[in-house]
Structures are given as C-alpha cells and as structure tokens.
Design a protein around this ligand. Structure first.
Ligand SMILES: Cc1cc2nc3c(=O)[nH]c(=O)nc-3n(C[C@H](O)[C@H](O)[C@H](O)COP(=O)(O)OP(=O)(O)OC[C@H]3O[C@@H](n4cnc5c(N)ncnc54)[C@H](O)[C@@H]3O)c2cc1C
Length: 419
C-alpha cells in the first residue's frame, strides 16, 4: 500500500493495484495563498463539493512577513505553517507537482505520473524566481554581503548583512521583469536605512536603489508620498539599471543600462551589501502549456478570471495574466470572483456577471520602524483607499495593522474562506 494523498490532514492509503488516475469535480493547482483561499471559500459555499489541491510542498509561507523577518522584527519561523494545518477540511491534498495540462480532455499530469481529470480547474502555482538569470547570483546568495528577502532560507542572512554594514555602499535592486510585491524591494531598504539611522551609521553608508524601471513607484501619488522618505535616508535612486551579474569575490554588481528599451551601456558598482530582488517569470510548466498567453502567464480575462479559451478553467494569483500588482491582497479580491463564478457555473450553468475584478492591489509600504504608507490602487492606477484617512501619510496605525493584524487576518480569515 502506498500513501497517495491526504484528506483533511490525514493520510489516505490507496490500493496500489489501481491505475494512477483520479477524478475530482474541482482541481486546484497550488496550495499557496490563492489555492487555499479559493478551496476554503468553495467548501463554505458548496459543502458537498469534491475538491482536490495538487501541492508538492510540506510548508505554507505567509510571504508578506518576510520583509519583517529580514529586518529582524520577527523570527522567520513565524511566517510558516505546515501545509496540513492550512488545508481546508474535506479537501483532498494530492502531494505532487503538476507538469502538464491537457485541457482538451480536462486533465492534468503530475511529476508522480498521475493523470487527474476535473470538471473545473483553478490554476494558482505562483510566480517563478529566476535566480539564474543574474550571472553569479545563485551560487553567491548568502555570502559576501549578497542577500534577498525573496528566499526564506536567506532571511537570517539579510538581517546579518544589515547588522554588519557600517560603511560603504548598500545596493537594493529591482528587476525589469514582473515580480511579486512591488513595494518589497523598497520596504527592506527603508527598514535597513532606519536601522542604520538609529545606530548613527547612515551618514557613512551610501544607499542606492537600482531599478530596471523609470520611477520609484508606478502610481504617481505614491511616488510623491515616497519622495520625502527617499530624502530622509539619503537614498540615491538609479533608474534603468538592471542587475545583470554579480562578481561575489570582488563585491561588484554589474548592471545593464537601458535607454528606450535597449541596453546602451554597462556599469559596475562596488558594494558592501547587495540586496537582490531577483528576476521573476511565469513557472516554466505554465509557459510551455496550452494555457499560457504570449508572455507565458495563464491567459485569463482581466475581470472574470476565466480562461480566455477554456471556460472551465480559472486562474488567480501571481501566475495569472491579469495586469495588476502581484500581491496577496489582489488574491483576496480575485478569489471571490473565481469562487463566485465556479459556484454560478455549477448551479446556473453560466458565470456570475455581477462579479468583476477591478485590478485591486495593495502595497503596504513600510517606510521605517513604526511607519507605513498604505498604497491601494486598481488597474487604472486609481487610488482606492480602504480607510477614510489620508493613506499617503506615514502612519503608525497602518504599520501596526500590517505587522500585527494582517497575519491574523491571513491565517484565520483569508485561508479559512472568511475574508
Ligand atoms: C518578500 C515578499 C513580500 C511580500 N509582501 C507582500 C505584502 O506586503 N502584501 C501582499 O499582499 N503581498 C505580498 N507579497 C506577495 C504575496 O506573497 C503573493 O502575491 C502571494 O503569495 C501570491 O499567491 P499565489 O497563491 O499566487 O502564490 P504562492 O502563495 O507563492 O503559492 C504558490 C503555490 O503553488 C505551488 N506550486 C508551484 N509549482 C507547482 C506545481 N508544479 N504543481 C503544484 N503546485 C505548485 C507552490 O509550492 C506554492 O505553494 C510578498 C511576497 C514576497 C516574496
């Protein structure tokens, strides 16, 4: 007998003589923020539904905490829970990785050799971190002052680098690809700068924000609100600088300099500390699938989250093609549309036309210890504040909400289908 999958956290032994094929009414690819949230909501609305989540990882991470972990506010272990603890009750957990999609026969294939068929499919495998797209990075991360909050394993080293940097240049990079959490590259920079300011060493450290982009933040009001923060810490922004290579032994970062979308030059900057936000893209197995759009993301309608070709397939979260800021906050809004549409399809045979995702994304920009600007905006970069206050002002209350309340809302609300 072999354990094939887990239902409600308990191992279910299946007969090995049975072929590796299964059918579930709703199959969800990925047990991250998006996959678990949708499964929990669906179970609340359709208690009798037969749902399976295909997810290889044993651990579920609350990634928005990683900025605080890197800055030494919380121990990194606080950001994780065992996958079996977050799996909704009466949902089958298939511990395996999806490798390919066969939408013409409503099936997916896994690394373990299973064929799983479905009536409805939700695709939510997150984004792929392309460490190897920066020459020398994968092998040097965690050494020579090179660190990143985009890796759980590296979080302690980020804290160590901030502690050890007393002079010289501290570089914080932002790639010219799409990436999750548009504010994270800056949040860790402001927390590091605030640490150095409090310690009295900021005057000896040249903080540079090197970005492949052309502005500090894509939403005008937010960029304006950040200007005094940048000034307070003496941050030097360097636009059109895209990290190309790392020479770890010499502590040199090599950048491609862009003009009009083309590389026109290269620059080398010596550093004491280099915080990297790595290039990111759609997971390879999505890029190579019939579900992908021209850029490799799961090709869904930006308001209904329904696949543009296959009507029984939905996608949300970082792997979807919707042109919003890739955040957990977006997942929260998108999940209601995906869940509502699947429920409507099952009950009425059509999607619910009253539901529409407007591109909402939220970026709680931590600008120092006890300070936060809460940026919320939609597809049109229109500010969509949740509170009747000026959210563009640095506030302790918003910092407290992000640090102490949002994690509870995540574990107890969103992942339980309540938010
Ligand atoms: C440093 C950092 C800071 C952030 N800060 C914030 C913030 O302040 N606010 C905010 O809203 N968001 C923030 N985010 C972004 C947020 O964490 C993501 O947008 C969110 O987790 C996306 O959810 P997802 O389900 O699409 O992907 P994930 O949560 O990453 O989950 C994807 C899941 O799919 C699984 N998977 C992958 N491949 C396969 C496969 N082949 N088969 C089956 N399963 C697979 C993975 O194991 C994983 O469990 C931050 C992220 C980082 C890294």
């Amino acid at each position: 007998m072999e354990t094939l999958h887990t239902v409600s956290g308990k191992d279910v032994a299946e007969d090995k003589t049975q072929p590796f094929t299964t059918h579930h009414q709703i199959v969800i690819v990925g047990g991250g923020s998006a996959g678990i949230t949708v499964a929990a909501q669906l179970k609340k609305k359709l208690s009798e539904s037969d749902i399976a989540i295909v997810e290889p990882a044993e651990v579920h991470y609350y990634q928005p905490m990683w900025t605080f972990n890197g800055a030494g506010v919380f121990k990194k272990e606080k950001s994780k829970k065992l996958m079996e603890e977050v799996m909704p009750k009466h949902v089958a957990w298939i511990k395996d990785s999806v490798v390919s999609f066969h939408p013409e026969i409503n099936s997916i294939e896994t690394a373990g050799g299973r064929m799983i068929s479905y009536d409805y499919l939700v695709v939510a495998p997150g984004i792929q971190i392309d460490w190897d797209k920066v020459e020398g990075l994968a092998e040097s991360l965690g050494t020579n002052g090179i660190c990143s909050i985009y890796s759980y394993r590296n979080l302690d080293y980020v804290e160590e680098c901030i502690k050890n940097t007393k002079r010289g240049t501290a570089l914080f990079t932002q790639p010219n690809t799409k990436f999750k959490c548009g504010g994270a590259p800056q949040k860790i920079m402001y927390l590091a700068s605030d640490t150095w300011k409090k310690r009295g060493s900021l005057d000896n450290i040249a903080v540079q924000f090197t970005t492949g982009g052309s502005v500090i933040f894509g939403v005008k009001e937010v960029a304006e609100a950040l200007a005094p923060v940048v000034e307070r810490y003496g941050v030097e922004p360097k636009f059109f600088h895209n990290l190309k290579a790392v020479k770890a032994a010499e502590k040199i970062a090599v950048y491609d300099i862009y003009k009009d979308g083309k590389v026109v030059d290269q620059a080398e900057i010596e550093f004491e500390m280099l915080h990297v936000t790595p290039p990111q893209s759609s997971p390879d197995f999505i890029k190579q699938s019939p579900l992908a759009d021209a850029e490799g993301w799961v090709d869904v309608h930006k308001h209904t989250m329904q696949h543009n070709k296959y009507q029984n397939i939905f996608s949300l979260g970082d792997a979807g093609s919707t042109p919003n800021a890739k955040t957990g906050a977006a997942v929260r809004k998108q999940s209601r549309v995906v869940t509502g549409n699947i429920v409507s399809l099952l009950k009425e045979g059509v999607i619910d036309t009253t539901l529409s995702y407007d591109g909402y994304g939220s970026c709680p920009l931590i600008t120092g210890f006890g300070k936060l600007i809460l940026a919320e905006f939609d597809y049109e970069n229109k500010i969509t504040p949740s509170f009747p206050i000026n959210q563009m002002k640095e506030r302790w209350s918003m910092y407290h909400m992000k640090k102490d309340l949002l994690p509870i809302m995540y574990w107890e609300g969103m992942l339980k289908g309540r938010a």
